[in-house]
Design a protein around this ligand. Sequence first.
Ligand code: C2E
Ligand code: MG
Ligand code: MG
Length: 751
Amino acid sequence: MSEGRTAVRYHRSVALAAIALILGVVATWWFYVNLERVEEQAVTRHVDQLARFVQIDVMHSVEYHLEIQQRIATRLSRSDSVDVNEWSADMMMLRADYAFYRTFSILDRDLDVRFNEGEALMTETRGQAREVLKRYRTRLEEVAETGGFVVMRPVPAAGEDFVLFFAHPIGTGDQNDGFLIVVMSVAEAVEAMVSEQFLDGLELRIFADETQIFPVEAGETASLDVDWLGSFLLDLDEDGSGFQFEFGLPWADRADLESMLPEAALAGGLSVSLMLAVIVFLGLNATEQARSLVYSNQLLEQEIRERELAEEELEYLVTHDPLTGLPNRTGSTRYLERFLSEDEHQNQQLALLFLDLDQFKDINDSLGHQLGDQLLCEIPRRLAGVLKERDFVGRHGGDEFLVAVRRRNREQIEQLVVNILRSMDTGFAIDDNRFFISASIGIAYFPESGGSVSELIQNADTALFKAKNAGRNQYAVFTREMFSQAQHRLNLSRDIRHALDAGQFRLAYQPIVSVKDASLCGLEALLRWEHEKGYMVPPQEFIRIAEETGLIGRLGEYALERALADLAEWQKLTDTPPWLSVNISGAQVREGGFAERLSVLLHQYRVPPELLHLEITEEILIENLVRNRRKLQELDDIGMRIVVDDFGVGYSSLAYLKNFPISVVKIDRGFVRDLAIDLEDQAITRTICSLSNDLGMLTVAEGVETTEQLDLLRRFRCSFAQGFLFSRPVAAKEVASMLTGSPDWMAAHGA
Ligand code: C2E
Ligand code: MG
Ligand code: MG
């Protein structure tokens, strides 16, 4: 997942968490405010209720005292004369009971004091009292007529107190005989009348017409520290004004009344909101992470799948041949290992076939690689026509195929191999070309011919070699002897390499004489190898191995150079030096630059080209008609003579001789051996000689050992003869003495 996408998802989580937080906080706040209001209302109700209690309490007390005062006034009105002493004593007693009563005064109708009981307050505040009484004169006259009482506005008094004047008429109407004035301390009256239990921690203050009359001590309770919540009006004379009682709750005490519920709800709500936000964030993040984990898992799985596919593809590429689609060498080895380890068909015979096309290289070279490739693709199809589904076919490389089969017995397997070989007989039609190609097959049986895959392949290959050598288009079964032969070949090839380095090779020369007069005309250079262990290794043997192992290049080079060097010496000895025949392998001809190399050597040793005869086998002629004719033509153009060696053994067709630049035909020893007695050999030899003469070619008969043979050859008009009758192959220095005229060389070296 991209970084950007992750960031966007992270920011989305944060935003949603913030929204959750804001919603939570808003809800909490709303809840908190409502709780606070409910709580406030509860507190107010509580204060109101207390105020109500106090109001009732005070009302009762006031009414009670008004009644007392009225009774006093009534009693005064009934008595004709007031016994001052008795009245004073009564009032004193009253004051003793209720300390807030300061003064009881009896005033005459003109508001002059007749009797005064109590503190000297009345006297002391007289001036003021007179003022007050005067202000209420009208009201006093009214009550003096109708009855009732007058409550006067409180008047400040000494000792931070207010005093309250009550006036009761003594008798009404005509009976009126003045007024009873009762002076009451506000502070003490409050103290006496308002029960503490009702106040229950509330603050109380009382106003009379905007003036605070209780408590008077300034600063005792700063009104700011108190929340004034409840009140009532004590209107004694029901004139619409009176004493305003106000109740307040000190802020400091408020907490005691309030529950911590709103705060708790606030704190809880905020915490929950915060937690909610965190949970939302974590939850979303976790979901995102889970989602991104799923996504990365999918990516991972996809990558694993892709990698597996790539590995399978790679495995296929490593184990298969792109051209034919068959398992390649690696794939075949792996498959065969499994094939061998399978224990089903245990009582069946298992064989590995090593198939190699005969002369595929020529088809490839002459008709082009594309056609060669198409042919290679055709082979598995051909095989499929003969093989069963469960049989295995792999390409070992080049034109080599591996086939693994299980059959009931060896006969069946060998019959199958024959069928494979026959399946090629019909030829191949590719791109309007029709051509024929055969195959050779080596068979290795499991486990007798190898217990492991590599051993089986190697031994099947050895058997194949045998089949090839035996003339191709056939099969060979691997045997133990082949193994030792193969071993021997291996040792020998190593020894050849060593012998080349150690200079163990030398050349022997065999004279070639004129049939007419037995004069020395030519010499054939023949390689000799005395093994360091003391025995002579026959040329046929080491030449073949050198050809198989590619050492023939060096070996042939050695022979050519040595021969030319010797010839260069002999040229100095005679004006008519013999020609020199050198045997050339197909591999040497095929190798590029052979003609150029020869030119250089001829030039180097100052040997005229016509003195060098190159002996090739028929095989080279038919191997690759087009290419080899061109190569031989190059050699002929330089002036060298081409000799067909061992003529008549292989594919012998006199017809193709005319297509090649051939100068000499060498009749194979096989025809010469029994020439004296075998009429057929005579016929063949005669035909070869006459045809060669007709085509302008010379003939050499090899292996001439008897004069009878020589006589017949003379009759057949054969040109030259070579054989023990004249001389065995000899060392170079002996050739020198032959050339310097020792006439009896034939007697010395011949049979
Ligand atoms: P070749 O080219 O056919 O050589 C003639 C062979 O016949 C030689 O055998 C020679 O010793 C043998 N021979 C000659 N006269 C008689 C006779 O009267 N009776 C019998 N029974 N044999 C006779 P050698 O030297 O063993 O060579 C065998 C083959 O080895 C040669 O056959 C040739 O094909 C090959 N060879 C020898 N030297 C070379 C070489 O330098 N290069 C290449 N490519 N092949 C070579
Ligand atoms: Mg030869
Ligand atoms: Mg020969």
